[in-house]
Design a binder for this molecule. Structure first.
Ligand SMILES: Nc1ncnc2c1ncn2[C@@H]1O[C@H](COP(=O)(O)OP(=O)(O)OP(=O)(O)O)[C@@H](O)[C@H]1O
Ligand SMILES: O=P(O)(O)OC[C@H]1O[C@H](OP(=O)(O)OP(=O)(O)O)[C@H](O)[C@@H]1O
Length: 218
């Protein structure tokens, strides 16, 4: 039998995916939070999990190193989606992609007066398209984390980042001024794998879809 490889990231995606995997009869034999292993066997001899950085999930699936993966829409948008089939919104790890500025910064004036706005973000592609749509000229500064710091130390006028409870913005004297998009995690499938291993992949897709529907109905 062909083996199926599923790419996941540690942390919230793994936690929120565990019940979906369980519904599909897949239980990892190790916990990625405590194990240093990057390939986790499961109770099913034909299914294994690989643990990668959240932003690397689409790349593993695109090149067929994993058949399936779970990634945030934020990450998929930056990746571009080449080679990926995206059949299912899992409705997990929900948050919003927002523009935020330091409390007191007049964002509306800054974007209307036509000056260039300095924007720090990990999500360069998303930010570029958002401000292009608005016709606002921006200088984008690529960061890899802790975006909230950038306006506080004069690195940027605004940030583009994920917001869920709003606690991180609040703790750093920032306010959200614009929503760019709603974010949730998606199941992605390698397009060739779906054709070649459909008999094994389709039942997993179907059980995930059922589990999502059940969760939504609760
Ligand atoms: N505060 C949040 N609330 C809900 N979902 C979130 C939140 N922050 C991020 N997410 C979603 O969860 C995904 C994984 O986030 P996580 O923090 O585990 O990885 P990361 O640190 O963003 O990625 P990397 O390790 O590649 O830098 C994100 O891509 C996003 O879709
Ligand atoms: O609105 P809140 O509920 O405060 O969530 C927002 C925070 O969550 C994400 O960071 P995360 O917790 O993933 O930290 P990391 O990206 O630095 O790992 C995001 O980059 C924000 O900093």
């Amino acid at each position: 039998m062909n083996s199926i490889t599923i790419a996941l990231s540690k942390g919230r995606i793994f936690e929120e995916t565990t019940p979906l995997l369980k519904a599909a009869g897949i239980v990892p034999l190790d916990d990625p939070e405590s194990s240093r292993k990057l390939i986790l066997d499961t109770n099913r001899p034909d299914v294994r999990l690989i643990i990668v950085r959240a932003s690397d999930v689409p790349t593993y699936v695109q090149y067929g190193a994993a058949d399936l993966g779970i990634a945030g829409k934020d990450v998929l948008y930056e990746h571009g989606g080449a080679g990926l089939y995206e059949p299912l919104d899992l409705q997990i790890a929900r948050c919003r992609m927002m523009v935020a500025v330091q409390n007191g910064f007049d964002y509306q004036q800054a974007v209307t007066k036509g000056a260039r706005l300095r924007v720090a973000t990990k999500y360069v592609q998303t930010a570029r398209e958002h401000f292009a749509r608005k016709g606002v000229h921006v200088d984008l500064i690529k960061l890899y984390g802790s975006m909230e710091l950038a306006p506080l130390v004069g690195l940027a006028d605004a940030i583009v980042d994920l917001v869920s409870s709003g606690n991180t913005l609040k703790a750093n004297d920032l306010v959200a001024v614009e929503e760019i998009m709603d974010i949730s995690s998606r199941l992605v499938v390698n397009q060739a794998a779906l054709k070649l291993k459909r008999a094994q992949i389709q039942p997993i897709l179907d059980t995930f879809a059922d589990a999502v529907r059940q969760q939504a109905g609760k």
